[in-house]
Design a protein around this ligand. Structure first.
Ligand code: TXA
Ligand code: MG
Length: 316
């Protein structure tokens, strides 16, 4: 059995945990976050495993300052204005991703946009600065449970299985407000700790509001959402002619079309790590259809299957 982790006593100890690919919970001004190095896919997978999240939702990447955020996102002028006005603070900006900057595609869930935020809690910023890379962090609670606003909430929720860098009770207790910014539009994706009116005051006009949970319940409707151009055929034990094949475990004999294997050894963590990049790679070969091997539904398989089903859903 793995020994229970001891809580880091300093920012440097917490940064060392993250640097080694371990999780560490930390305080922000909104809620406690369950943090992982956003450039390390294996570390990010631990977030999903620990939270028991049944699907790959995009995660917010927390940055030490605006300069770090601009290394990973392309900021339209409107986003720069909002960052100037509200960072550090409880505002997450969803902007186009810089694809070669090194963020794990499990953080963006394969989208071509990225959610970035500079938290107001000084300890959180110190932690991220010490790591030198963005920290991906959803709220530090098991999926479906209340968001934690004290270090003890986190310890109780995960029965001590997650190290926590204590930073006092959270000021707001409400998650950040999320807005998506393009060259000419600002759309609120999630109401949160920053009032929409405050954003509108800075911009001087009302902003659009996305349907509740639009980004989560109907990702295929989101223009920026990554869905392959090719049609997907799921639970396909063998590919047909003219299909590319996304294998899992053993590979079909005598198949000469394009093929990638999510995990030859049927390791679901490896499959999760490869999911978005393999799909994108097969898709880029211009194939009309991709057949996908059956994936077991246990563990991370649930999130993998959820993502595949959404990618295979009819497009509008
Ligand atoms: O206050 C907060 O925002 C807290 C603290 C820890 O910072 N974090 C948080 O994370 O609430 P989480 O994982 O519960 O919410 C992240 C949400 C996702 O569900 C998704 O809706 C949105 O952020 N999001 C992130 N990146 C996105 C993207 N590229 N496009 C659309 N939505 C995105
Ligand atoms: Mg949450």
């Amino acid at each position: 059995m793995k020994p229970a982790p001891t809580d880091p006593q300093t920012v440097a100890e917490a940064a060392a945990l993250l640097d080694r690919g371990e999780l560490c919970a930390f305080a922000t001004e909104t809620v406690y976050g369950l943090g992982a190095d956003a450039t390390n896919s294996d570390a990010v997978l631990k977030i999903y495993e620990t939270k028991g999240r049944p699907r790959f939702n995009p995660l917010i990447s927390h940055c030490a300052d605006r300069a770090m955020a601009e290394r990973f996102g392309d900021f339209p002028p409107l986003a720069l204005r909002l960052a100037d006005a509200f960072w550090p603070g409880p505002l997450t900006l969803v902007v186009p991703l810089k694809p070669d900057a090194g963020l794990s595609d499990l953080v963006t869930a394969g989208l071509d946009t990225v959610g970035l935020r500079v938290p107001a809690h000084p300890m959180a910023r110190d932690l991220i600065a010490a790591l030198g890379r963005p920290v991906a962090a959803p709220s530090a609670n098991p999926s479906g449970k209340l968001s934690p606003t004290t270090a003890d909430h986190v310890r109780t929720a995960f029965v001590g299985a997650v190290p926590v860098l204590g930073g006092g009770p959270c000021q707001s207790g409400l998650e950040s407000t999320i807005v998506a910014v393009t060259d000419d539009t600002v759309t609120q994706l999630r109401a949160g700790a920053l009032a929409r009116q405050d954003i509108e005051t800075v911009l001087g006009y009302p902003i659009a509001i996305a349907a509740p949970n639009a980004a989560i319940t109907a990702p295929g409707m989101l223009k920026s959402h990554y869905a392959p151009n090719a049609a997907l055929r799921l639970n396909a034990a063998t590919p047909q002619r003219n299909e590319a094949y996304l294998a899992f475990g053993s590979e079909p004999k005598g198949f000469s079309g394009p093929m990638l294997n999510l995990s030859p050894s049927r390791d679901l963590r490896e499959a999760a790590r490869n999911l978005f990049s393999h799909l994108a790679c097969l898709d880029s070969e211009g194939t009309k259809a991709i057949a996908v091997a059956p994936i077991p539904h246990d563990g991370l398989g649930e999130a993998i299957n959820d993502r595949l089903e959404r990618a295979a859903a009819p497009r509008t």
